[in-house]
Design a binder for this molecule. Structure first.
Ligand SMILES: Cc1cc2nc3c(=O)[nH]c(=O)nc-3n(C[C@H](O)[C@H](O)[C@H](O)COP(=O)(O)OP(=O)(O)OC[C@H]3O[C@@H](n4cnc5c(N)ncnc54)[C@H](O)[C@@H]3O)c2cc1C
Length: 381
């Protein structure tokens, strides 16, 4: 595909770049997760005021009807500016598009606007202690009671649940149906006694994600999304958007880290060491491949109307390259990179989770093997 921007794309890039230059998010709060989250939330509010919170959404819902290339440009410019990801990133990239695809007019009217402004934050209640990669084996139960559904079960690794008003919840509504067919997708209000959020502290020290203990929580029938028993298909819409959406932002952030490490090596005379030069060249090439692969994924979406399995390739390449980079950093930056509070040590520790969240590398390799390369299915049920 031709990667040269046309006049409209160039104008859009200049507009977005100018907006970010004029809207500095201010200093990033350090060592205080709540303050950090509030900073991201405030920045999302400003993005929404500027009409830029979700450029990929239709104009009718407060977006810009941006083309795929424009949407990629937006994330590239966001990454380049150093601004944070919007606080409600799961709402903007996952819940919003899933509601647009499967929701009733009432659900769209009720939920899309507060997602855009960040007034209502969303989390993703998919994984359970015994259901991660094999999501369809989840056990959280939804039982009909009059017009409501009553939910009981446990979710885990629920990122941002502590700030969330709503949860994209997948639960089992039919115990007897085959496992993929007995699921339904709900929009669950987190603000009720039946939902308890318990933080889980990561190796970085941050409690970024949580356990959800759900004991007879109630969900009104109108908050079922996509129909009873259709939860697997609705969840796939969410998962496809998850892997496709962030690609451009992540590859730009990776490029910034590679460049920062290169500067460290250059300023300390380490580029003369062929081992360092080789390692940085490898990272440079990987990052460039990632950028081109992310753009190639756009042509798939243009062809089929929704993200395809290629998003899995981008996520796998990015998480692997980010780990190689963050493991190399201490040998260039020096021992400081391993001390608590140093940004490189945070990156090193956080990079471990990247190969698990949003689909583990093994699962992504299976998807790429079967659905991109057309290899035979791995032997599993
Ligand atoms: C930082 C972070 C944030 C997260 N946020 C959320 C969130 O907001 N909401 C949410 O619902 N979940 C979230 N998750 C959970 C994430 O989706 C799961 O951890 C992931 O799907 C893997 O599931 P699991 O942990 O149960 O591991 P398992 O599925 O038990 O896998 C264990 C190991 O077995 C391998 N494996 C499993 N099946 C296969 C197979 N068929 N072929 C080859 N290898 C296989 C896996 O690759 C892995 O190495 C988050 C995870 C992390 C790390």
């Amino acid at each position: 595909m031709d990667l040269t921007f046309n006049a409209q794309e160039t104008a859009f890039r200049d507009e977005v770049r100018a907006w970010f230059a004029a809207n500095d998010p201010g200093p990033e709060p350090q060592h205080d997760e709540d303050a950090h989250y509030a900073w991201r939330r405030e920045f999302q509010r400003r993005l929404a005021e500027g009409g830029l919170a979700a450029v990929h959404w239709p104009k009718a819902y407060g977006g810009r009807d941006a083309t795929l290339t424009e949407s990629a440009i937006f994330f590239e410019e966001l990454g380049r500016s150093g601004a944070p990801l919007p606080a409600n990133v799961l709402g903007l990239l996952l819940a919003g598009p899933t509601i647009m695809t499967w929701g009733t007019d009432e659900q769209k009217d009720r939920h899309l606007a507060p997602i855009l402004t960040g007034d209502e934050i969303w989390c993703q209640g998919f994984s359970e202690p015994d259901a991660g990669s094999d999501l369809a084996s989840l056990k959280t139960k939804a039982v009909r009671d009059g017009d409501d559904w009553v939910i009981t079960g446990q979710k885990v690794w629920t990122s941002g649940a502590q700030y969330s008003k709503w949860c994209m919840l997948v639960a089992r509504t039919d115990q007897d149906a085959p496992k993929h067919k007995g699921l339904s997708y709900f929009l669950m209000d987190m603000e009720q006694d039946g939902v308890q959020v318990v933080p889980l502290r990561q190796i970085t020290g941050d409690p970024e994600f949580n356990e959800l203990f759900i004991e007879e929580a109630r969900i009104p029938g109108e908050n079922l999304l996509g129909g009873e028993g259709n939860g697997w298909k609705v969840a796939l819409t969410t998962l496809m958007n998850e892997r496709a959406g962030l690609g451009f932002f992540l590859q730009v952030r990776l490029r910034q880290l590679v460049d920062a490490l290169y500067e460290e090596a250059a300023s300390s005379g380490q580029l003369d060491d062929p081992r360092v030069a080789d390692a940085l060249a490898d990272l440079h090439i990987r990052t460039e491949i990632l950028r081109l692969t992310a753009y190639r994924g756009l042509s798939v979406i243009e062809q089929y109307g929704q993200p395809g399995p290629e998003g899995s390739l981008v996520k796998w390449l990015w998480s692997e390259t980010n780990q190689i980079l963050t493991q190399l950093a201490p040998s260039i930056v020096g021992p400081d990179a391993l001390t608590a509070g140093n940004p490189w040590s945070f990156e090193l520790l956080r990079a471990r989770g990247n190969t698990i969240e949003g689909g583990t590398t093994e699962i992504l390799k299976n998807i790429v093997a079967e659905r991109v390369l057309g290899l035979p299915r791995a032997g599993r049920s």
